[in-house]
Structures are given as C-alpha cells and as structure tokens.
Design a protein around this ligand. Structure first.
Ligand code: A2P
Length: 268
C-alpha cells in the first residue's frame, strides 16, 4: 500500500506559513506579534509584506503590513489595529503562540533609507499604526550611521496608543545590539489629540507653528539638512507633503532619492 489513508496523512501546512512566537495586546484596538522568519525573506528596514490567514473559503486573506522588526532580526514583528468587523484583523487579533500566519516573502515599499539623499537630520512622522516601519528603522544601525540626529514624532488619539512606540524607544539606549549606535541621537516627540497629555495636538500643526522646533531646539525645515519619512492616514500624508513642499523639499523614491518619502499606514 503506497497511498496514505486519510487518517495517517500529515496535516496540510499553509503555503508560506510562519509560526507565531509572541503576542502582546496594548489596548482593545492595538496589538503586536512576532513570527518566525522565512529563510528566503530578505528586506530593507521600513518595507512591507503581505501577510494573513486562510479564509473560510479556503483562500488566503492577505493585507499589506509594514515589518516592524529590523532587517537583522531573526524573527518578524508586526504592529496591528484590531477592527472588530474587519475581515482579517477580527481573526488575526485572536492568534496565539504556536498558530500559523501566512507571510508572502516579497518585500516592497518607499520608506527606505536609500530613497533619501544624505543629510544631517531625519524626521520620522507617524500617526497610529504608522509607527510600524519606524519601529524597524529605529532599530537599524544604518540609520545612526547615516544621520547625526533622528526625531521620532508619533501622534495618536489617546495616550495608551503611544505605548508600543514608547516602550520600544525607552528600551533602545540599553539594547545590547544597537544601544551604542543609538547613543543620544534619537529624540522622541509623542503627542495626543483627544486625551490630555504633556504634549497635545496634531504633529502637522505643531510642525507648522514652530512648536516642535522650539521644544527640541531645532532650526526650521531645510532641504539642505533635513529629511522626512511619513507614514499615516491620507490626511496626514497630504498635509505633511504640503509642509515639505513649502520648505522647498521634493519627494524621493528608490530610483530617484530626494528629501522626503511618504507611505500610507495600511491596516487601520
Ligand atoms: P485627530 O484626533 O485630531 O483626528 P486616526 O485614529 O483617525 O487614524 O488618527 C490617528 C491620529 O492621527 C489622531 O491623533 C488624529 O488626530 C491624527 N490625524 C488624523 N488626520 C491627521 C492629519 N491630516 N494631520 C495630522 N494628524 C492627523
């Protein structure tokens, strides 16, 4: 008998399946998780991949997710919104260690260091889950080799929504692998818009009216010295583009590096 009976046949494995190694919930709308990394997946910090679960119809249900872990990490990390009636995140929010998640190993994206011309200072501007690509870049030694100063601006509605980024940033200086690269180069600028906190308001407003510059002792945006990477809602991306263009900056890309790059925060 060569043919296996249905009872002894091994459980089918999902195509491109990776195993969940950790899950952390921050609020009833936000969580992060870590997966094993496909051997074939090489990526540049800041890029995104398609990930997901098998749908009820037997077809993969995939969405674009920025990889939040740096390119040197053995595992992959993702930061996600939970949408109660969302086709993917309503299920993804229930994953446990040992479960499988599909990862298509084809990374792409514009938020890569190579899309910007050399300069002194880097601004990362994120709203909500848009901090994910910067969670990757902030852990990449290459960032600190290229820039003297990095400013991570993160705006959320409520203070709890800042926790993922705050915990990550607070741990960086003492990180045995990249702490010495980070040194005192990274400045964190968190703001909230709908709950009281030490710094309130949209980052767009705070940049335009000079408050960020005044708080951090920085000169106005200048295409000679400053670069920006932006990841958030369409509204944020468009408003920051206007601010950049008004400062004489041009949008960059992989094939034509320039002063700033923008990507939509995908899920949520
Ligand atoms: P606000 O509370 O004033 O709308 P969301 O949860 O809707 O994605 O928003 C995440 C954060 O991004 C919120 O703090 C929100 O502020 C802020 N935000 C939304 N649109 C913009 C925009 N066009 N420019 C700057 N910040 C924005």
């Amino acid at each position: 008998m060569n043919e296996q009976s249905p009872l002894t046949r091994p459980t089918p494995v999902l195509p491109d399946a990776q195993t969940v190694t950790a899950v952390q919930h921050y609020t009833d709308r936000l969580f992060s998780f870590r997966l094993t990394r496909p051997r074939s997946l090489r990526f540049r910090s800041g890029e995104f991949v398609m990930i997901g679960l098998m749908g009820d119809n037997g077809k993969p249900l995939l969405r674009a997710y920025s990889i939040a872990s740096p390119s040197w990490d053995e595992e992959l990390e993702f930061y996600s919104i939970k949408v109660q009636d969302g086709p993917l995140t309503s299920k993804l929010q229930n994953i446990k260690v040992g479960d499988e998640v599909i990862v298509r190993p084809k990374p792409v994206g514009t938020l890569v260091l190579d899309a910007l011309l050399p300069a002194k200072r880097m601004y990362f501007i994120a709203t909500g889950t848009g901090i994910a690509p910067f969670a990757s870049l902030m852990r990449d030694p290459d960032l600190y080799e290229r820039y003297e100063e990095v400013i991570m601006c993160h705006t959320c509605r409520e203070v709890d929504e800042l926790t993922y980024g705050r915990d990550l940033i607070n741990g960086l200086a003492d990180d045995p692998l990249i702490g010495e690269f980070v040194g005192d180069k990274l400045k964190y600028y968190p703001t909230s818009t709908r709950e009281q906190s030490p710094k309130m308001g949209r980052i767009t407003t705070l940049l335009s009216n000079g408050i960020v510059a005044a708080d951090l002792g920085l000169p106005p945006l200048n295409p000679e010295t400053d670069r920006l990477m932006v990841c958030g809602s369409m509204g944020l991306n468009n408003d920051i583009k206007e601010i950049c263009e008004a400062a004489g900056m041009e949008e960059g890309s992989n094939s034509s590096p320039s002063h700033y790059v923008v990507e939509k925060a995908f899920v949520g």
